[in-house]
Design a protein around this ligand. Structure first.
Ligand code: KDG
Length: 316
């Protein structure tokens, strides 16, 4: 049985060897990224069981990603390779302050070949949470049929639907994101969103206003991510604001949201109270930004304890 299962595209991430405008960067490190896979890796490192449903190109990069995910302990039994659809690429530009721009080469995503009929009902039945993000339906409208089938399978088997809008404006317009994601939100049980994303979808940025709307449509858990301002959560009629954890140093902000999600989910699935789950999410997010790479900074449980000073770090 998996604690969480997720569907989405992963890609090879080319991380620049130097900061500054990409046009002047001469070498890159080959890494792996993809919001949903990052989340699955984050959950697995903390000790949860995760499964990832996807398609990869039948090429060297696809094999590398599958092996990487498997090496992290993510269940890849629902990942297949497809001919004629090269594994997607993502070149990152990182500035001195850790801010990032991404340049995608993902026009013919292998995930376009995944069909609703490919989803194995028993895989859903044997999971506690289905985690989805707004990236997968943004890649192409064809993915939305799979996305909706996944939600219906989760609902059928009492699996909680967790959702992060993860709005990527290089993949769709604000209007398209708003129209589609506002249709999806009533099916969501756990909403993990940035305040600016909710402003795009619902036109409100204030966490209390977002929570009011979420309550109206029956969302059980809400966590609103506000970057260095912390996070605000809602569960069981309780609203709590938690300060951000200070990162040791910000070198790469990509993946912080996925880290928060993994930490928060770890709390929820372990029955922690809202405050503790939010604090844990903030801590994991703060740890991610100190390491270059989309998922390299995702901590193991022991790393979190050391970061929080709850466990001694023996260096030599
Ligand atoms: O959340 C981090 C992701 O954005 C990154 O790993 C790459 O999935 C990605 C995307 O579509 O930008």
């Amino acid at each position: 049985m998996n604690d969480i299962i997720t569907i989405g595209e992963a890609m090879i991430v080319f991380d620049p060897s130097a900061t500054g405008p990409l046009r002047f960067v001469n070498s890159f490190d080959k890494k792996v990224g993809g919001a949903e896979l990052n989340f699955a890796i984050g959950c697995t490192r903390l000790g949860l069981k995760s499964g990832w449903i996807s398609r990869l190109g039948k090429d060297e990069f696809g094999t590398h990603i599958r092996n990487f995910a498997r090496g992290e302990g993510v269940d890849v039994s629902q990942v297949d390779f497809v001919e004629g659809y090269p594994t997607s690429l993502n070149f990152k530009e990182i500035m001195e302050d850790g801010s990032v721009r991404t340049f995608y080469y993902r026009d013919k995503s292998p995930t376009l070949t995944l069909t609703p009929e490919d989803l194995d009902e028993s895989y859903f039945k044997n999971a506690k949470v289905l985690h989805l993000t707004g990236i997968y339906p943004a890649i192409d409208p064809v993915n939305r049929r799979v996305f909706e089938k996944a939600i219906s399978l989760a609902k059928k088997h009492g699996v909680k639907v967790s959702f992060d809008p993860n709005i990527r404006l290089k993949l769709w317009s604000k209007e398209e994101a708003r129209d589609y994601l506002s249709e999806i939100l009533p099916h969501v049980d756990i909403l993990l969103a940035g305040d600016e994303e909710m402003e795009i979808i619902w036109g409100v940025k204030d966490p209390e206003a977002i929570i009011r709307k979420a309550k109206e449509i029956g969302i059980t858990y809400v966590a609103i991510k506000q970057g260095d301002k912390g996070s605000v959560g809602y569960y069981n009629d309780e609203v709590i604001k938690v300060e951000a954890k200070k990162a040791r140093k910000v070198v790469d902000t990509v993946g912080a949201g996925d880290g928060f999600n993994a930490g928060f989910m770890y709390g929820v699935l372990n029955g922690w109270d809202l405050k503790k789950s939010l604090e844990f999410g903030n801590t994991v997010g703060a740890m991610v930004v100190s390491v270059k790479g989309d998922n390299e900074g995702l901590p193991y449980l022991e790393d979190v304890k050391i970061f929080l000073g709850e466990k001694e770090n023996i260096e030599r």
